[in-house]
Design a protein around this ligand. Structure first.
Ligand code: PGA
Length: 249
């Protein structure tokens, strides 16, 4: 059995003060929750506040992006080592907003994945098709390409901490969700690519999350699918009550 992981992607929302208020409201509701792993991904500037507010809790903290470089003259970038140093356990890589709005390529995702793994971060790599690709019957091709390049030159041993999030881009922030069948099909393509790259055992243990308009109202239906190993939640994670309801689906 793969333990599910429920991750909050706060995107570009919340100040450190708002983040502290969130944790004060969220923590009491999930303090005894052991069934699933929980991770919060705030903006870089909120990470120290979130780490401090979480204290000894087992909830993980993740960055929303990371540089592929170790260090150097790269204005605006944040390294994997720095994320570790401020208490991050996880990092989101290749979110569709980064791919679509900031020109992130499959090759960049691969480089970011490698440095995250060697730095001891648990990466959550996002893949998924846009609406035009789904309508053209290209979903499988897109997932194969995104995973094939992302997983390049990484050994099975190195890939053990990897998590993948299947996020159909047409479902992000739109209120639309993939049907359980669509998610199951996509997850099986991703698992096949993982098996090719990392071997069967690592692929069987790989957690594949679903993301795209996950809400308290649909969390139970999605999370009860055996192929769905958790959720990456955007909009509905911004409110502590709503995210706690998703965690406790
Ligand atoms: P959403 O975002 O839950 O608001 O659809 C998911 C994501 O972008 O990770």
């Amino acid at each position: 059995m793969r333990k599910k992981l429920i991750a909050a992607n706060w995107k570009m929302y919340k100040t450190p003060t708002e983040a502290r208020e969130y944790i004060a409201a969220f923590l009491p509701q999930v303090r005894d929750h052991r069934r699933d792993d929980i991770v919060l991904c705030p903006t870089f500037v909120c990470i120290p506040a979130v780490v401090a507010a979480l204290g000894e809790s087992s909830i993980g903290v993740g960055g929303q992006d990371v540089s592929w470089e170790k260090e150097g003259p790269y204005t605006g970038e944040v390294s994997a080592h720095m994320l570790r140093a401020v208490g991050c356990s996880h990092v989101i890589i290749g979110h569709s907003e980064r791919r679509q709005l900031f020109g992130e390529t499959d090759d960049a995702v691969n480089r970011k994945l490698k440095i995250s793994l060697t730095s001891g971060l648990q990466p959550i790599v996002c893949v998924g098709e846009v609406l035009a690709e789904r309508e053209a019957g290209l979903t499988e091709d897109v997932l194969r390409r995104q995973c094939g390049i992302a997983f390049r030159d990484i050994s099975g041993l190195e890939a053990v901490p990897l998590v993948v999030a299947y996020e159909p881009v047409w479902a992000i922030g739109t209120g639309k969700t993939a049907t359980p069948e669509m998610a199951a099909d996509a997850h099986s393509v991703i698992r096949t690519e993982a098996a090719k790259a990392f071997g069967d055992q690592v692929a069987q243990n790989l957690r594949i999350l679903y993301g795209g308009s996950v809400k308290p109202e649909n969390a139970t239906a999605l999370m009860s699918q055996p192929e769905i190993d958790g959720a990456l939640v955007g909009g509905a994670s911004l409110d502590p009550q709503s995210f706690a309801r998703i965690v406790k689906y």
